[in-house]
Design a protein around this ligand. Structure first.
Ligand code: CA
Length: 135
């Protein structure tokens, strides 16, 4: 009986669809946004492919969902980008000339008005987009 329960729990845990994004209107730093998204939803937005990014772009119900996503520069290897809670970057949509690490302080990623990605300083305040895991 116990084994059946464990098996059932494992099956449920792997039956996860990440496809829902939530636009957070309150402006926060990247770290504040990460904490908020982890508390209220699942995490800052994770984008695994173009389909995900298309869903994200419609998350705000507006034309331009400018805000933080969960992508950050690896502190030990500046050429590597990681998703908050979701591993290495496998898809990106950088804007022209980005990521440029302007002033050597841009280690977090924000969706810009033109719907492309830009590395930004983590202490700036922007809207953000959360991922919400659907069961
Ligand atoms: Ca930049």
């Amino acid at each position: 009986m116990a084994r059946a329960v464990v098996t059932l729990i494992l099956c449920v845990a792997f039956d996860v669809t990440i496809g829902k994004y939530v636009f957070i209107t309150q402006q926060k730093t990247w770290s504040e946004a990460q904490t908020y998204c982890r508390t209220s939803y699942t995490d800052l937005a994770y984008v695994k492919n173009e389909i995900d990014f298309g869903l994200l772009l419609t998350s705000s119900g507006q034309n331009s969902p400018k805000g933080w996503i969960g992508l950050y520069r690896d502190p030990y290897n500046p050429s590597i980008w990681r998703w908050s809670g979701a591993g290495l970057m496998t898809y990106s949509f950088w804007g022209s000339g980005q990521p440029n690490n302007y002033d050597g302080r841009q280690n977090r990623v924000c969706v810009q008005d033109d719907k492309t990605w830009n590395d930004q300083s983590e202490d700036l305040h922007f809207h953000s987009i959360a991922s919400k895991i659907l069961w």
